[in-house]
Design a protein around this ligand. Structure first.
Ligand code: SF4
Ligand code: SF4
Length: 413
C-alpha cells in the first residue's frame, strides 16, 4: 500500500484533538428503529408485543453478529423486512405483570467461559464480534478515531478505561491471538495491563484497519495479524460491566463547529437526536450516519443510529461542494493517485454507474478498504465511494446466491 503522507498533509486529516470532554448521555427515546436485516424474529415477537430493556427480539445466524435486543420499555408498532419500530411506554403506567422483573445481570468475566463458547455468549448479549475462526499471532486493537471529525477515541481510553479494560479481558479470553496490542496515537500514554501499547502516526487513513496493521507491523496484509476497533472493545466491556445485553453505542454527534460525544440508545431516531442537540436543518444540509468522510447520507428523519454506528453529523449546505450523482468523470486520475490499495476507483465507479458490476472483478474491487479518499479528491464531485459500495454489495449478493444449492426440479413422473 502507498505511503500517503506525501499526498495528504492536511491538518483536517489529523485524528487527534487533545480534548477530553465528558461523554454525555443521549436522549431517552420516544421511538426507536432497530435494523433487523438478516435477523430472524424470536417466535411470538410481533406487532403490539410489549418489550423491556434487554429483551431478545431477534437472532442472527452468524456467530459474528450480535443478536437484537430492545433497549427500552415500549410496544412494537411495526415490523417490516428491514426494521423493528418500538414506541416508548412508561412501565409505571402499565397494568401489573405487563413486564417481567428486570433482567438478572450475567457476569461474563466470572463465568469461566473462554474461546468460542465465550464468543457465543457475547453474541447472545448483542455484541458483534469478529470470530476469526483461526488462531492468529497478533490482534491489534485500533485505538485511533476511525476518521476525521470523530472524536471519542482519546477520551474513551481515559474516561471509559474500565470498559476498555473489561473488553480487552474478553478479547484475551476469546483466545484467538497469542498477543493483543493496543495501537494509539503517537504521544498518547495510556497503558492497560497485559497489553502492549504501540504508537501510530495519527493521520488519516492510518485508522483504517488494513493500514493500521501495516503501520504497526511494516507488512501488507500479514496472514497472522488482525485488527479490531476500539468501539467494538468498548461494546464488549460495556456488556461485561453491566451484565446486560448491549443497548447503547458511542457516537460523536454535531456539526463541523459544534459537537460532543454521547452514549445513545441503539435505534435512536435521527429526528429526535437533532431535536436533542438543537440542530435545525436548513435546505441543502446533509445528514450523515458515520463520519464526515465515510458516512452514509440519510434521506429521512426517521432513520436511526444502528448498533456500532460511531457518528452522526450534519454537514451544512455550502460547507463542501455537494456530490452529484450524474456528474461525469473527467479522467483527472486524482482518485487513482490517492487510492492506498492501488486499485482504479475511476473505472470501478464507472462500472457501477452503468450496472456493469461483473467488470468490477477485473479491477480487484475486493481490495477496496472503504477509506473514502477517492471521493474526497474527486473534483467532479462524483459519488465514487458510494458507487464502489454499490458494486461490492451487488457482487457479494451475487456470490451468496451462487453458493445456494439449486432446488432440484420436481419429477412429473
Ligand atoms: S475507498 Fe476509494 S481510495 Fe479508498 S481503497 Fe477504496 S477505491 Fe481506493
Ligand atoms: S477523481 Fe473523479 S473525475 Fe478524477 S478520475 Fe477519479 S472519478 Fe474521474
Amino acid at each position: 500500500m502507498k505511503q500517503h503522507f506525501q499526498i495528504i498533509n492536511d491538518p483536517r486529516f489529523r485524528l487527534v484533538y487533545n480534548e477530553h470532554r465528558l461523554f454525555g448521555t443521549g436522549p431517552a427515546p420516544r421511538k426507536i428503529r432497530l435494523n433487523r436485516e438478516g435477523f430472524t424474529m424470536v417466535p411470538g415477537v410481533k406487532k403490539k408485543t410489549m418489550v423491556y430493556p434487554g429483551m431478545l427480539l431477534a437472532e442472527h445466524p452468524s456467530l459474528e453478529k450480535g443478536d437484537l435486543h430492545a433497549p427500552m420499555y415500549g410496544v412494537i408498532t411495526e415490523i417490516n423486512a428491514r426494521s423493528v419500530f418500538v414506541e416508548a411506554v412508561d412501565p409505571q403506567e402499565q397494568a401489573p405483570g405487563t413486564f417481567p422483573d428486570p433482567l438478572e445481570p450475567v457476569n461474563l468475566l466470572k463465568d469461566g467461559l473462554e474461546g468460542e463458547e465465550l464468543v457465543l455468549a457475547v453474541k447472545k448479549m448483542g455484541v458483534n464480534t469478529r470470530s476469526l475462526g483461526r488462531r492468529i499471532r497478533t490482534l491489534i486493537v485500533n485505538g485511533l478515531n476511525p476518521e476525521p471529525g470523530i472524536r471519542w477515541a482519546e477520551p474513551m481510553l481515559v474516561e471509559h478505561a474500565a470498559e476498555i479494560r473489561a473488553g480487552l479481558e474478553l478479547q484475551r479470553r476469546f483466545g484467538r491471538a497469542e498477543e493483543i496490542m493496543l495501537a494509539v496515537p503517537t504521544g498518547c500514554n495510556v497503558q492497560f495491563e497485559g497489553v502492549r501499547t504501540v504508537h501510530v502516526d495519527p493521520m488519516y487513513p492510518n485508522s483504517v484497519n488494513e493500514l493500521m496493521i501495516k503501520e504497526v507491523t511494516g507488512m501488507e496484509a500479514p496472514p497472522d495479524v488482525a485488527a479490531v476497533g476500539l468501539h467494538n472493545v468498548w461494546s464488549l466491556g460495556r456488556t461485561a460491566l453491566t451484565g446486560l445485553p448491549l443497548m447503547e453505542t458511542v457516537i460523536t454527534m454535531g456539526t463541523a463547529r459544534e459537537w460532543a460525544n454521547y452514549v445513545v440508545k441503539n435505534g435512536s431516531i435521527v429526528g429526535e437526536l437533532l431535536e436533542f442537540t438543537h440542530i435545525s436543518l436548513k435546505s441543502g444540509d446533509t445528514i450523515l450516519r458515520g463520519g464526515p468522510l465515510r458516512g452514509e447520507s440519510l434521506d429521512r428523519l426517521d432513520r436511526s443510529i444502528t448498533k456500532g454506528s460511531y457518528g452522526f453529523f450534519v454537514v451544512n449546505a455550502g460547507e463542501v461542494p455537494p456530490i452529484e450523482g450524474d456528474s461525469p468523470c473527467i479522467n483527472c486520475g486524482a482518485c487513482i493517485q490517492i487510492c492506498p490499495t492501488r486499485i482504479d476507483p475511476r473505472m470501478l465507479s464507472r462500472y457501477a454507474e452503468f450496472g456493469r458490476y461483473d467488470m468490477s472483478r477485473k479491477e480487484n474491487f475486493r481490495l477496496c478498504i472503504d477509506c473514502g479518499l477517492c471521493g474526497y479528491v474527486c473534483i467532479a464531485r462524483r459519488p465514487v465511494l458510494q458507487y464502489i459500495r454499490l458494486a461490492v454489495k451487488k457482487l457479494e449478493q451475487e456470490e451468496r446466491l451462487s453458493q445456494l444449492t439449486p432446488i432440484e426440479p420436481v419429477s412429473k413422473a
